[in-house]
Design a protein around this ligand. Structure first.
Ligand code: GLU
Length: 405
């Protein structure tokens, strides 16, 4: 992340001090809090909330639950949120939170107690005008509802605008659950238009089958008639050259807990799925999966980043040289935070939109952002990630400059 900001800052001619400010998080909160486990023991969990930049508006970004969460990861993720909100030009900044835990090995009760205690710890720095969290890896509507309830209980009144990605009954926006995938598919559509790719019948491989990957499968198949030939989740992957139908794979995942052993498919590893000869690759799991070691073997024509940070700095250059069009995370997965922004707006004026309105506005935002990035890519003859950073870093730097130190 820091290398990207340095590179963009230098091309834009920014002074070293401004670049340094934009690389550093503004505020970091480390919390260590006790949770009563089901067996009666008490466990201390470690969590973070990093607020990277609020030059353009309140801090915004998700909360993830994962054993590999660490402070540097949360720092990078918080700054990616700053560049993401700037790329799609919504009036918000960047933040991220995380708890080091393995929710797959915890009961619902343990997760609820952990979530509520974490929410109460970070309540001193979040709020509808300050910092608005949202779902990320291994969190969703359920956790958002608990955080909203804990925060509202502390305040003594209902505060739906403190968090986005809530269930609809509590002020969640229609269209938010699929928003990240919908934005991703819109980005792929725009890229296909410009490169002359016909998405109908185009082959697709998806790494990750959580909220982002699974809905991407559904939407790219249903709306564009593309053929998804391989998908994977944390337990392994499946491939079938004839195509995998979303409804069937999803039903299998719900029934068995994984896409693995789907009838009629062959197994494939999470590494090999990235190297399949497909038209479109969608890395929708975790960061740093495409590195200098495997980047040269990526055969897709377009790689749309549903995950945050799936491609390393070195890998990017290799893919650019090999003619793989990488749609960077800060553009390609910005649909989630864009509809989070819509949710927050609806909460603040207490008036709710139809799903059609949400989806149309999202389409507009992503289409305009894609064009802005594409224009930069043509103007500077650089890859799409460099182009998106040039756009985002300039927007944040301009805001910071106008405000003054
Ligand atoms: N966690 C999502 C992301 O990385 C959504 C963040 C949000 O909605 O604030 O973009």
């Amino acid at each position: 992340m820091k290398k990207m900001v340095d590179k963009a800052g230098k091309t834009l001619g920014l002074d070293a001090g401004t670049i340094e400010v934009m690389k550093s998080p503004k505020r970091e909160l480390h919390v260590h809090f006790p949770v009563k486990m089901d067996d009666g023991t008490t466990k201390v969990f470690n969590g973070y909330r990093v607020q990277h930049n609020d030059a353009r508006g309140p801090f915004k970004g998700g909360i993830r639950y994962h054993p590999q969460v660490d402070i540097d990861e949360v720092r990078a993720l918080s700054s990616w949120m700053t560049w993401k909100t700037a790329t799609v030009d919504i009036p918000l900044g960047g933040a991220k939170g995380g708890i080091i835990c393995d929710p797959k090995k915890m009961s619902v009760g343990e997760i609820e107690r952990m979530t509520r205690r974490y929410a109460s710890e970070i309540s001193i720095i979040i709020g509808p005008e300050k910092d608005i969290p949202a779902p990320d890896v291994n969190t969703g509507g359920k956790e958002m509802a608990w955080i909203m309830d804990t925060f509202s209980t502390l305040k003594g009144y209902n505060c739906p605008g403190v968090i986005t990605g809530k269930p609809r009954e509590l002020g969640g926006s229609l269209g938010r659950p699929e928003a990240t995938s919908r934005g991703l598919v819109f980005s792929v559509r725009e890229a296909a238009k410009r490169t002359g790719m016909n998405l109908k019948g185009a082959t697709v491989a998806i790494q990750g089958y959580g909220n982002v990957g699974a809905f991407a499968h559904k939407l790219i198949e249903r709306d564009f008639g593309s053929k998804v030939i391989a998908v994977s989740d944390s337990q392994g992957g499946i491939v079938n050259e004839k195509g995998l139908k979303y409804d069937d794979v999803w039903a299998h995942k719900v029934k068995t807990g994984s896409v693995k052993n789907f009838p009629g498919s062959k197994p494939i590893s999470n590494e090999d799925i990235l190297e399949l000869k497909v038209d479109v690759l969608l890395p929708c799991a975790l960061e740093n999966v495409i590195t200098k070691d495997n980047a040269g073997r990526i055969k897709a024509k377009i790689s749309g980043e549903g995950a945050n940070g799936p491609t390393t700095f070195e890998a990017d250059a290799i893919m650019w040289k090999n003619g793989v069009l990488v749609l960077p995370d800060i553009l390609a997965n910005a649909g989630g935070v864009t509809v989070s922004y819509f949710e927050w707006v609806q909460n603040n004026y207490n008036y709710y939109w139809t799903e059609e309105e949400v989806n149309q506005r999202l389409d507009h935002k992503i289409t305009v952002a894609f064009k802005d990035v594409w224009d930069m890519h043509e103007k500077y003859k650089c890859n799409m990630r460099d182009a998106a950073y040039l756009l985002a870093v300039k927007r944040v730097a301009d805001a910071a400059k106008l405000r003054g130190l």
